[in-house]
Design a protein around this ligand. Structure first.
Ligand SMILES: [Fe+2]
Ligand SMILES: [Fe+2]
Length: 411
């Protein structure tokens, strides 16, 4: 068993993690990156109309924000949001993936049931092995999700559009949706402000201003590690070529940090950075990640943007600023964010993550080549270090423990 600490005082707010997760997941929408925020907004409005208060509204908000955490690809996001009844797609699979991601993570485990059943018809929910309270929450998320799909298909939400959307939802009531939830929606629909609240600027303001009691909950200790693993697993599910990638990079990075005699708390943070380094890849189109040939200059430029997205996602989580910098430095030495932040992240921790990432990437199969042998991987890293792309001291550690690194890269 590896030696473990309590993550040495790292504390983060659940609220920040929810916002970062939603940011990451909704990037799969590409031209529309607010699906989770709108579902949270609609769900809390309906919940409030049904009399939900405090903790119950909190669950609806958080479950709405992260309801699609089982969706990592642009392809699946498109299939689920293009039509009212998704075509040619298994709608249950991402619900189960999302449930399994959160069920063991106590700060958000209470959302897992609502996520598991957020595409289950009301008629079938009554027979499912689920409490009536969870069933209703799951159905509110389902209703909000489908309402958002209908609203996003419209260029303008005018009276005519509202009538058509309402008719569509009415026809699905009793089968897909609880009549009570539909009634709550009908009480909201005449209000112009309800629809205005779904606009991009409004929904971002809604999320940022949103404060409920439980959102001050703090994540510490083992849950910090679980949190990083959840982000890593969502990123790894983006492509079949990157399954377990972030997990392995975290392990290799931790091993290298230990062999560099860094203190245990730093080793743990470096492992976290390895787990988190690919979260920005959610905004890389599927066809680029899975392309079975060399990337064009334009495709390469898009791919190389992902550390900036990694930074922007993780920057929501206050308390892990150093981890965020190391995680965003795997391909670049400078990161420019939307707010114009720039930094020079050259430091040993960032370079360890960068080397661990390169080692694992060379060993694993890619759509355009097979994984390299250990000797070829070492030769490539030696050559790249000669070109000043990596820290020679960290290369020395890899060369001293190649079999250990290989074992961790294939774990
Ligand atoms: Fe969904
Ligand atoms: Fe959704």
């Amino acid at each position: 068993m590896p030696q473990r600490s309590d993550n040495h005082g790292i504390q983060v707010h659940v609220r920040h993690v929810v916002i970062a997760l939603e940011h990451m997941i909704s990037l799969t929408g590409f031209t529309d990156v607010h699906h989770g925020k709108r579902v949270a907004y609609i769900a809390t409005k309906i919940g409030a109309a049904l009399g939900y208060r405090g903790e119950a509204l909190e669950i609806l908000f958080n479950a709405g924000m992260v309801h699609d955490c089982g969706v990592s690809t642009q392809r699946l996001h498109g299939a689920l949001t293009r039509t009212f009844i998704p075509l040619n797609v298994n709608t249950t699979e991402h619900c189960n993936v999302g449930h399994d991601l959160l069920a063991d993570f106590s700060p958000l485990a209470y959302c897992a049931q609502a996520i598991k059943y957020h595409h289950t018809p009301w008629r079938s929910l009554k027979a499912a092995n689920i409490s009536s309270a969870h069933a209703e929450m799951a159905n509110i998320i389902f209703f909000a999700d489908r309402l958002d799909t209908l609203a996003q298909q419209r260029d303008v939400i005018d009276t005519h559009a509202i009538v058509e959307i309402t008719e569509k939802l009415n026809t699905a009531t009793n089968v897909l949706f609880s009549p009570k939830i539909n009634e709550a929606y009908i009480s909201l629909a005449p209000s112009k402000s309800f629809w205005n609240g779904m606009e991009s600027a409004s929904v971002v303001t809604f999320v940022n201003a949103h404060e409920f009691s439980l959102q001050d909950q703090i994540i510490v200790g083992e849950d910090i590690r679980k949190m990083a693993r959840i982000f890593g697993r969502i990123a790894d599910q983006k492509s079949r070529f990157t399954q377990h990638h972030s997990h392995s990079v975290g392990l290799i990075a931790r091993f290298l940090a230990q062999r560099c005699n860094l203190p245990l708390p730093i080793c743990e943070k470096i492992e976290m950075a390895g787990l988190l380094h690919n979260v920005g890849k959610m905004h890389v189109p599927d066809h680029i990640l899975d392309k079975a040939g060399p990337l064009s200059l334009q495709e390469r430029a898009i791919l190389h943007e992902h550390p900036n997205h990694t930074y922007d996602i993780l920057n929501h989580i206050k308390g892990i600023e150093d981890v965020t910098l190391w995680a965003s430095s795997t391909h670049k030495t400078t990161v420019e964010t939307g707010s114009g932040v720039q930094y020079q992240p050259y430091n040993m921790e960032a370079n360890i993550v960068k080397m661990a990432n390169a080692f694992r990437a060379l060993i694993e199969d890619r759509p355009y080549r097979w994984g390299q042998s250990l000797s070829d991987t070492l030769a490539t890293l030696i050559e790249m270090t000669r070109q000043a792309k990596f820290d020679p001291m960290i290369l020395e550690v890899i060369c001293a423990y190649p079999e250990d690194c290989l074992h961790l890269a294939t774990t």
